[in-house]
Design a protein around this ligand. Structure first.
Ligand code: F6P
Length: 376
């Protein structure tokens, strides 16, 4: 087994709370084993530009509770299919993975901790195939990474959602309004479901259960007649009507060319058109946006991040690479990256699967049995 002297870490994809806690744990656990730790700045961009900083116990002192990442994140940089611009500003794509591999060799990095979601882990899998000793830590507020019970960052985002919904409810109550809170989560409904439950939402709409506009309006009318003059609807950004599509914003700067978002505003408009003539209620939407990704990391995410980071270092010492650390019940385990993100060809982002809210999810059972309407 190769002796480990130096490990690198990068934080990739959209940020979330707990990234700094993972960095702190990797640095503290790594230095206690005698490893030097360096952090590549701005995710895979830092790996490509060979832009890094040496991290020691002093650098990471007190960063655990702070949201964001002290080494920065780049969203969606894929060095195997690297978007670049020529001198005339025209976009082109290049495979720059070997630049990164060379940098790692020159920097004498023996193992690389990649903290990211499915896209970042797809690149990690591809770097593994080029011989890089990678180990991944599952990050995302969306909690949609398969083979782990929970990603870090999710719990804090749920707390942020709950807190925001509680505030929105009080103003909705004063105005007898229907209030809509749109939350993130991509095509998985975890954030809306758990955040909505925790914040005491009356209706929760998730991507896994396409909604029926007329039925929602009927439910609101019924509630009004029973004396519930205000209603809080928590909707996932990836929600869609039965037989319809998700609501998206065109964004040429993003890899897919589109970004999810806007379903809350659309619903507010559609519901008000049908409901106001009957109950007189107006409908307002708040998109909770990036509030969900920031703030102070809650204690659950701090501990989960510490556990993930320190476990990754233990696995590095044991020579376990090409894996993701994962939470299974009370225990941490490792899962091969090919299981997590699939086994597609190098250079191609292939998704092994998104962890969605299944029909038998306990949270769904809980919501239903508490009388929360799910928009069907
Ligand atoms: O994956 C995390 C996430 O916050 C999603 O919930 C959301 O759709 C997306 O990132 C937003 O990404 P960006 O930072 O590119 O706007």
């Amino acid at each position: 087994m190769k002796e480990i002297k130096r490990i690198g870490i990068l934080t990739s994809g959209g940020d979330c709370c707990g990234l700094n806690a993972v960095i702190e744990a990797v640095v503290k656990a790594g230095t206690s084993k005698g490893y030097e730790v360096i952090g590549y700045k701005m995710g895979y961009d830092g790996l490509y530009n060979n832009d890094y900083v040496v991290l020691d116990n002093n650098t990471v002192r007190t960063i655990g509770p702070v949201g964001g990442s002290i080494i920065g994140n780049s969203n969606k940089t894929n060095l195997f299919n690297h978007k670049k611009y020529d001198k005339d500003g025209n976009e082109y794509y290049a495979d720059d993975s070997l630049v990164a591999v060379k940098n790692l060799q020159n920097d004498k990095v023996d193992a690389l901790v990649i903290v990211g979601g499915d896209g970042s882990m797809t690149s990690a899998r591809d770097f593994k195939r080029l011989g890089v000793n990678v180990i991944c830590v599952p990050k995302t507020i969306d909690n949609d990474v398969p083979y782990t019970d929970q990603t870090f960052g999710y719990s804090t985002a749920v707390s942020q959602i709950a807190k925001s919904i509680e505030a929105i409810k009080t103003t909705g109550f004063s105005h007898n309004r229907v209030m809509i809170a749109e939350v993130m989560g991509r095509h998985a409904g975890w954030l809306a479901l758990e955040g909505g439950l925790a914040g005491d939402a009356d209706i929760i709409i998730i991507p896994e259960i396409p909604y029926n506009l007329e039925n929602i309006v009927e439910k609101l009318k019924e509630r009004f007649e029973r004396g519930f003059k205000s209603t809080l609807i928590c909707v996932s950004e990836g929600a869609r009507p039965i037989g319809g599509e998700c609501t998206m914003i065109i964004d040429k700067t993003s890899t897919d060319g589109v970004r999810l978002g806007g379903v809350g505003t659309k619903l507010a408009y559609d519901i008000e058109n049908l409901l106001k003539p009957i109950t007189g209620q107006t409908v307002r939407c708040t998109n909770l946006g990036y509030v969900q990704r920031g703030g102070t990391t809650n204690h659950f995410d701090r501990i989960l991040s510490f556990r993930y980071g320190s476990f990754a270092v233990e696995k590095i010492a044991e020579g376990e690479f090409g894996v993701m650390v994962a939470l299974r019940g009370e225990h941490l385990v490792i899962v091969p990256l090919e299981e997590v993100v699939g086994n597609g060809p190098i250079g191609e982002t292939s998704h092994g699967g998104t962890k969605n809210v299944s029909d038998d999810a306990d949270l769904l059972r809980c919501a239903r049995s508490m009388g929360i309407y799910l928009g069907e």
